[in-house]
Ligand binder design. Sequence first.
Ligand code: ZN
Length: 310
Amino acid sequence: MRTTLKAFLLALFLLVLPALPVHAFQPKAETVVDNVHAIVGPLGQRNQENDGSNANFGFIVTPQGVILIDSGASKLGAQKLEAAIAKVTDKPVRWVVNTGSQDHRWLGNAHFAGQGAQVIALKRTAATQAEFATQHMRMLAGFLGPRLAGTQPLPATTLLEGDEASVELGGETLVLRYTDAHFPGDAWVWLPKRNVMFTGDLVYVDRILGVLPWSSVKKGQKAFHALEALNPKRIVPGHGGVCDLAKAKRDSGDYEDFLANVIGKAAQDMEPITEVLNRHMDLPRFRHLLNYGDLHRANMNRAFVEFEAP
Ligand SMILES: [Zn+2]
């Protein structure tokens, strides 16, 4: 009797399974403060459902038009952001400001530029975009397949000089400053009037930050301490939910401190790498972060190598 019931339920389950709809990720805007909005992307890997836009974006609605912060990983990703903005305002996107050179930060630029938007970034951000374009397009082709069609890599064209630059757009002040943490030339966008910080890929919450071969823990730690000094009220991290400074510190700042002060210090003290990594594999403070199991050891490894260098 029981076996029959189980078999029946299994048959029913198998019957229903293929009919489950594929939930394509549809970005949705949330208000951060006043006219400042965030679009929080999913925490998982790039895929066809999210069109590679597994990251956060933001926009500011001004009387003169919309300022978009980062443009998505593909043409379709950019169109999804555009649709999310259109639910909040009918004003056009007049400016796109890029915080970085990783795919999801800028590969939607051409879509908005095609509609007359000006694409703005610090000079080295744009240079790194050009440098990584081919590599990112190749990698995305693997994840997105035909959904990458129509995507044109367009590095920012309005380039800002200096390590920090202020721009006034539509009556809003945006302060861009290099963080150089996840990718060289990464920057944050600080809105001093609103007390809101768009960190770019400097801060990850809910999900562990990734140290890539070209990332810098030294620069990330320094940048996070500079961010703390500004005492932002609201933070839109590169990945994970909109948060306050305390959470950004717990999930990213403290981890950067650990990588630099513990792992980096051990490297400078010329301790054996394997022993150091083994000793710090299980950290209760950070192990709740998504991807901890996949990334933590590699992160420590790269931090060690960076601090080992003279
Ligand atoms: Zn990212």
